[in-house]
Design a protein around this ligand. Structure first.
Ligand code: MRU
Length: 352
């Protein structure tokens, strides 16, 4: 039986509210929650109830539109002040995934170029819907692009969750896997658990099992030996930000890229154009450092001494020379070779 597409974020402007799957509770509890204020939405983003770069872009976009809809302002200037402040609040939730800022800025600019409160509300809603629709189309296009690099039978390693739960629908890395499965290819996936918050174990395996795609869960430290035993044909992961010289993705991605290179295994990134921050380089990217307790405990279970010092970066940068190709909605690119093409595409692109 074919499952309904997973859509982790829905925007209901008439209520107004943002409905989202609370991802911290998966896989044991599937709960849909509602954010009716920007503060509630910001909380969901901070605790990773909503997560994954493209989904953060959708959340940021809907959050600014929600702000416009609920703003209680006497004048247009006061209205603009309130919406801008909410946009800043959303911007401060997480620093690394560039899609978040892209979504926020896209809707904010629709508000700022309006000339009345009513017009701004309409424009904000349209812009937020456009971000979600564009991400949905884009993920399906990434899936199609990726078909050319997936052999008819393929054992694929992935890290973290770059699936429907991380996007508006379908997914980026898992979007390629879904499209290949749908095209009749014989796909089996190794999902890394992705310490410390287990997005691979909790979310990727849940999504793939739901779609009937063959998946085996491994701990992050098992990937190297699988590659050495020639049990992985290619690696595909998502990205939170792609700069001119590196790809940022969930912590642990770099280690898989190094291992893939050592074993001559193709290492692909799947990401939309909105994940590129091509004017910047690795040294300019702020890597989010999260609460040490995420490493000392998991859901209340102690995994390390209470007072042990912890380093908990959420992401790492993989130098572009370790990346075989970046699968996008516009084709497969390689950096630094295609940087000018990326810049041109971004200049010419609008969300619709
Ligand atoms: O901390 P998270 O769960 O938001 O991190 C998510 C990732 O690193 C994903 O791999 C990335 O956002 C790509 S999602 C299509």
């Amino acid at each position: 039986m074919k499952m309904e597409p997973l859509r982790p974020i829905l925007f209901h402007p008439h209520i107004p509210e943002i409905e989202y799957i609370e991802q911290t509770l998966l896989p044991d509890i599937y709960e849909v929650r509602k954010a009716q204020t920007v503060e509630e939405l910001a909380g969901a983003i901070r605790r990773l109830g909503i997560r994954g770069a493209p989904a953060l872009g959708c959340a940021g976009a809907c959050g600014v539109a929600l702000s416009a809809l609920v703003a209680k302002a006497g004048t247009f200037l006061e209205f603009l002040f309130l919406v801008r402040s909410d946009a800043e609040r959303l911007r401060e939730t997480r620093p690394t995934a560039v899609n978040l800022f892209y979504g926020i800025d896209f809707v904010l600019s629709a508000v700022l170029t309006s000339s009345s409160i009513e017009e701004a509300k309409c424009n904000a809603v349209d812009a937020a819907k456009a971000v979600i629709d564009a991400d949905t189309r884009t993920c399906h296009a990434i899936g199609k692009t990726g078909l050319s690099v997936i052999p008819d039978t393929a054992r694929i390693l992935t890290h973290c969750n770059a699936g429907a739960l991380a996007c508006a629908e379908w997914g980026t890395a898992l979007g390629v896997i879904r499209s290949a499965h749908e095209a009749g290819k014989n796909i089996s996936v190794y999902a890394c658990e992705t310490r410390p918050l287990l997005q691979g174990a909790r979310l990727t395996t849940w999504e793939l099992l739901r779609d009937g795609i063959d998946v085996t869960l491994i701990t992050d430290s098992m990937a190297a030996v699988l590659m050495r035993k020639r049990k992985i044909d290619l690696v595909i992961v998502g990205a939170d930000r792609i700069v001119s010289d590196a790809v940022f993705n969930k912590i642990g991605t770099y280690m898989h890229a190094v291992c893939a290179k050592a074993h001559n295994i193709p290492f692909f990134i799947a990401a939309p154009l909105s994940t590129f921050d091509e004017e910047n380089s690795e040294d300019k990217v702020i890597v989010e450092e999260r609460n040490p307790d995420e490493v000392r405990k998991f859901r209340g279970c102690v995994t390390g001494p209470e007072l042990v010092p912890v380093w908990n970066p959420a992401f790492d940068g993989t130098p572009v020379d370790l990346v075989t190709g970046i699968i996008t909605e516009y084709g497969i690119f390689s950096l630094p070779r295609d940087i000018e093409t990326i810049k041109q595409l971004k200049r010419g692109k609008d969300m619709g």
